[in-house]
Design a protein around this ligand. Structure first.
Ligand code: OGA
Ligand code: NI
Length: 197
């Protein structure tokens, strides 16, 4: 497990964007994908907003994904396995990098065909608690041409990251501008933030 944690931390330190394969093992990502599919079929996903409680904004011209927050209160085995993994990751990150992370929040995200999320940074203007962004992709048969790449900006350049199952991406929430390109078929992920109080 620590090898995996070291890989994403090393990749982050070297490139400002940490990328690692198999952060979620195939079984866990399949189960989480099934959860998300079920939530979608049951109409439980919400239109995602931008901003937070104080300035929330449901502008479909900015983002058009649908979300559902994970919570231990659901008593879902796979959400709990996911949180157990994140708990271990945060302990390791705090011990090795003195990051002082005290909490997190994660939501499922589903981009229907034709959805996107325009260029943005993840930290809110009126709340600096989000320190690191972390995304886990759940798409097992993603092909070139399916779109939906995460595009991370570095001045005028843009690093394209395909949202393939098992891949996890990790970066600072306050500095990197990024966007999700138009998805040509349903695109699934878990996205979240490691936070300080
Ligand atoms: C976000 C975000 C990227 C992705 O939800 O803030 O930038 O690849 N997601 O899903
Ligand atoms: Ni973002």
């Amino acid at each position: 497990m620590h090898t995996l944690f070291d890989s994403i931390i090393d990749s982050y330190l070297e490139h400002k964007v940490g990328i690692v394969e198999n952060f979620l093992n195939p079984s866990l990502s399949n189960h989480l994908k099934d959860n998300l599919n079920l939530l979608y079929i049951q109409n439980q996903l919400l239109d995602a907003g931008t901003g937070n409680d104080i300035e929330v904004n449901h502008d479909k011209k900015i983002r058009s994904d649908k979300i559902f927050w994970l919570d231990r209160i659901h008593q879902n085995k796979y959400e709990n396995d996911f949180f157990d993994l994140m708990d271990r990751f945060i302990i390791y990150l705090n011990q090795t990098c003195y990051t002082g992370i005290t909490g997190y929040e994660f939501h499922y995200a589903l981009y229907e065909k034709g959805s996107f999320y325009k260029k943005h940074v993840d930290q809110f203007r009126n709340n600096k608690k989000r320190v690191y962004s972390m995304i886990m992709y759940l798409n097992s048969d993603w092909q070139i041409g399916d779109g939906g790449e995460l595009c991370i900006y570095n001045e005028d350049d843009c690093q394209h990251i395909s949202p393939t199952q098992g891949k996890s991406v990790f970066f600072k929430s306050d500095e990197l501008e990024h966007e999700v390109l138009l998805a040509n078929k349903p695109r699934m992920s878990i996205t979240g933030w490691l936070k300080v109080d």
